[in-house]
Design a protein around this ligand. Structure first.
Ligand SMILES: O=C(O)CCC(=O)C(=O)O
Ligand SMILES: [Fe+2]
Length: 318
């Protein structure tokens, strides 16, 4: 169902699945070259230049600032503050439902995606942010084989060499986290049965620690202007980059998350990842913290293994 009208009335009337409202003054039309599409296929990530108008960035900043003030979470100093559920804001809704936004996914992935949530991450000056990880928390509740991705939006300019505050990532062509989800599932089975797997986890921790220098060796970082975004799929290993801009005290990054329309619920792995605190296959407890994540309260009308698209909690399909 496409709504092609530009009137605000039509926007207000949009119901579940009725996305693709064109003529947004928030999202610019982005056209990808054949080379960019090939890059995304090869690497699993792509900088998306100038996708948001200044008005959109202002709107995203307002909701991020407001919700971040309310954060009570202690992230062990890696991130200073985190906010969830940014997508409930009307400007965010208008962005997510715009035709221009949907076109990014159609054009690059030829997939239809369910929008799931938007979160904000704040780094204070000198903050290192999140260590090497992949989507075991954000996408811990879908099957390993289901595709998913994040559109990450820095709200201040990122110069990888001078200011930091961006992200570093490993091309999937070099190393993909696809098999790490399978390892997570295998370990989750043991955990959910109550088996003692301390020793096994110790081995996984060592293996992860051995991988980190290899991730560093192969890490890619990009520069970003305000209005740019970074698209990466759930199999891309990534970490935050230390924020060291001279005349700013903090930086906010906002993540929009999407799962493939045909994703199925994996309650077993999610239970184990949630209880462990994230990062089972790294062997490191609370590696990327899962506090305040509320996926147990969503998609509750879907059975383990069931198709998520039938849930009443699916509000927007792009
Ligand atoms: O903003 C950051 O530094 C981390 C973001 C991140 O890891 C993510 O969006 O998945
Ligand atoms: Fe992440």
């Amino acid at each position: 169902m496409n709504i092609q009208s530009k009137t605000p009335v039509a926007r207000k009337k949009a119901k579940k699945g009725d996305v693709n409202v064109s003529g947004s003054n928030l999202v610019n039309q982005v056209k990808f070259t054949a080379d960019e599409k090939a890059q995304y296929d090869r690497n699993g990530f792509l900088p998306v230049r100038n996708i948001f108008t200044p008005e959109a960035v202002e709107g995203i900043r307002n909701v991020a600032e407001r919700l971040i003030q309310q954060d009570k979470m202690n992230t062990d100093g890696t991130l200073s503050r985190v906010a969830f559920r940014l997508h409930e804001d009307p400007t965010m809704q208008e962005i997510i439902r715009s035709q221009e936004f949907a076109d990014v996914f159609r054009d690059l992935m030829e997939r239809r995606m369910i929008f799931t949530e938007a979160q904000a991450f704040e780094l204070s000056k000198g903050g290192t942010g999140l260590p090497w990880h992949f989507g075991y928390i954000s996408f811990g509740y879908i099957r390993p084989e289901d595709m998913a991705c994040t559109l990450w939006v820095p709200l201040s300019p990122v110069n990888a060499k001078k200011t930091g505050g961006g992200m570093a990532y490993v091309p999937e062509s070099i190393y993909s986290a696809r098999r790490d989800y399978d390892l997570g599932s295998m370990l989750a089975d043991h955990m959910n049965k109550g088996d003692d797997i301390e020793e096994l986890l110790g081995g996984f921790k060592q293996a992860h620690e051995a991988m980190e220098p290899i991730f560093e060796e192969n890490a890619v970082e990009d520069d970003f202007n305000v209005g740019d975004a970074f698209l990466f799929n759930k199999n891309v290993w990534h970490r935050s980059s230390r924020f060291q801009q001279k005349n700013a005290t903090r930086r906010i990054g906002v993540a929009f998350r999407f799962i493939d329309l045909n994703s199925h619920l994996d309650k077993e792995r999610w239970k184990a990842e949630f209880e462990f605190g994230g990062g089972i296959s790294t062997g490191i407890k609370k590696y990327v913290y899962a506090a305040q994540e509320d996926r147990f309260s969503r998609f509750t009308d879907v059975e383990h293994g069931g198709a998520i698209r039938f849930s009443k909690d699916v509000k927007t399909v792009v």
